[in-house]
Design a protein around this ligand. Structure first.
Ligand SMILES: NC(=O)c1ccc[n+]([C@@H]2O[C@H](COP(=O)([O-])OP(=O)(O)OC[C@H]3O[C@@H](n4cnc5c(N)ncnc54)[C@H](O)[C@@H]3O)[C@@H](O)[C@H]2O)c1
Length: 279
């Protein structure tokens, strides 16, 4: 159901690769809610992904950019303001990648060139985006910027590797820049910490099937899916959340507040029984 929450708002959505991407779902929801926006992703993602299909559906212009490159980011903001006819009201940073995860380098055997790339792509790109937008004065007052995070920023989850450090940095950038943007421009900056979700990036996480089953059993409301994450992002872009800033907002069905649930205990008990029979 649409509520016209983003009627008259302009935005930029970074990170839609294919229809599983969280950014893809956010674009669809933002369009339903009346927003106009541009889409951006890397030239490689544009070649291999399906973003043009999304662009057609949402009447959006696609602007290629490597989010670690300041010139590319400057072009995204300048062209977006030209295409959309003015400053933007919302930005989604939905970008993450770790070569250590891809190349199966474990946390106690990291390749440091890969680590630098992980941090540059997954976190520092957020700082770069915010700094470029600040200098260009590209965001309207009461605008809203959201980046997507994961609970591994605060708690250790087996297999999340150097992306945990990247997410911790991402959340810190949201707070540090959130202060400056709030103070000087009345613009809010937040991160949304999403449940594990089956997307291209999500599928790269070690043992993602077991992890998703575990978090689902542990969360009183169950895992939040990509469509539900899009709903939350749209709320954060709307005028209904004008005084929310510098926050890491958990969107995880309650997982982040749990220690043990009945559903998880039941599975654990079964395996414990089996184990004791074998001992
Ligand atoms: N899927 C999950 O389980 C989950 C959970 C919590 C948070 N997140 C976060 O959500 C965000 C979106 O991921 P997703 O799950 O939709 O997966 P996805 O693979 O669909 O999206 C990741 C995007 O990052 C883009 N990207 C990579 N390098 C880039 C660069 N240099 N410049 C610009 N874009 C680049 C990719 O092209 C891709 O579109 C990521 O920040 C991810 O960490 C995902």
């Amino acid at each position: 159901m649409a509520y016209n929450l983003l009627k008259g708002k302009k935005g930029i959505i970074f990170g839609a690769l294919d229809e599983k991407s969280i950014a893809w779902k956010v674009a669809e929801r933002a369009f339903e809610e009346g927003a106009v926006f541009t889409l951006s992703n890397t030239p490689t993602a544009l070649r291999f992904g399906e973003i043009n299909e999304l662009a057609e559906k949402c009447n959006a212009t696609v602007i290629p950019a490597d989010a670690t490159n300041l010139d590319d980011l400057t072009r995204v903001f300048t062209e977006s303001m030209a295409v959309l006819g003015g400053k933007v009201d919302f930005i989604l940073h939905s970008i993450g990648m770790s070569l250590n995860v891809r190349k199966k380098r474990v946390y106690n055997d990291l390749d440091y060139n890969y680590l630098n790339k992980t941090l540059d792509i997954s976190s520092i790109s957020f700082h770069k985006m915010l700094q470029v937008a600040f200098k260009l004065d590209a965001i309207n007052s009461w605008g809203s910027v959201v980046a997507l995070s994961y609970i591994a920023a605060q708690r250790t989850l087996y297999g999340y590797n150097d992306m945990a450090d990247a997410k911790a940095l991402l959340e810190s950038i949201a707070r540090s820049f959130g202060y400056i943007y709030g103070r000087e421009r009345k613009i809010r900056i937040n991160t949304i910490s999403q449940s594990p979700t089956l997307t291209t990036a999500g599928s790269g996480v070690k043992g993602v099937g077991s992890l998703m089953d575990f978090t689902d059993r542990m969360s009183p409301l169950g895992n939040a899916d990509a469509d539900e994450c899009a709903d939350y992002c749209v709320t954060m872009f709307s005028d209904l959340t004008k005084k929310v800033t510098m926050q890491n907002l958990f969107h995880d069905g309650g997982f982040s507040s749990m220690g043990m649930s009945l559903k998880a205990m039941n599975i654990y008990d079964k395996n414990l029984e089996k184990k004791m029979q074998l001992d």
